[in-house]
Ligand binder design. Structure first.
Ligand SMILES: [Zn+2]
Length: 195
């Protein structure tokens, strides 16, 4: 290991089981392509400057719609089998869940949800909160969020919350590939120099 952060990506050759991976690695396990891997890794290493969902609070991104504590955005990684996927995100960097939900925060979430339905003419779908340990929600950004899914009625869409072992093993092989690409790209030295 040449860099202090290298332990973040130190992976045994074979899938060691979810419980033997750090929570950060479980987040990275779900990343589909290298771009998403890089985005998630950056947010883990430097959430203050690079968490994908903190950019509105940092003033670097203008949200579709915003209230005091939450905002609305489109998903950066659209899925072809969905007609629409939106995110309702707290401006504060909350990784697990709030220690206490205040009524006004729920009200904001509902108001943003209402706005989204009207703005995008959503005829129906699912509103879901990903929270807590990513082993139990298959999220890829360590920042609490609601997903609004609106599917195509004739295309199957199954919202991932967990995966079977074979899929986890496939994801692990994919993660190893991303780590190799990351090291060729310049590794942590380059990542931190681009901060
Ligand atoms: Zn964040």
């Amino acid at each position: 290991l040449t860099h202090p952060y290298d332990s973040y990506l130190d992976l045994p050759p074979k899938f060691p089981g979810l419980d033997n991976l750090t929570t950060n690695k479980v987040y990275l396990l779900g990343c589909k392509d290298f771009e998403q891997f890089l985005s998630t890794l950056w947010g883990i290493v430097d959430p203050k400057n690079h968490c994908a969902f903190c950019q509105v609070a940092a003033g670097k991104e203008v949200p579709v719609f915003s209230m005091d504590d939450w905002y609305l955005r489109k998903n950066n990684y659209p899925q072809s089998d969905l007609r629409m996927m939106l995110l309702i995100i707290p401006k504060q960097h909350i990784t697990i869940r709030p220690t206490r939900w205040v009524a006004s925060e729920w009200e904001q979430v509902l108001e943003i949800f209402d706005f989204a339905c009207k703005e995008y003419n959503l005829p129906g779908g699912i509103l879901a909160l990903r929270w807590g340990d990513p082993r139990y929600h298959a999220g890829t950004v360590p920042h609490l969020h609601f997903n609004i899914f609106s599917p195509n009625p004739e295309v199957a869409y199954r919202m991932p919350a967990s995966k079977n072992l074979a899929e986890r093993v496939d994801n692990y092989i994919r993660l190893q590939k991303h780590v190799r690409e990351f090291n060729e790209w310049g590794g942590f030295e380059r990542l931190l120099s681009e901060s």
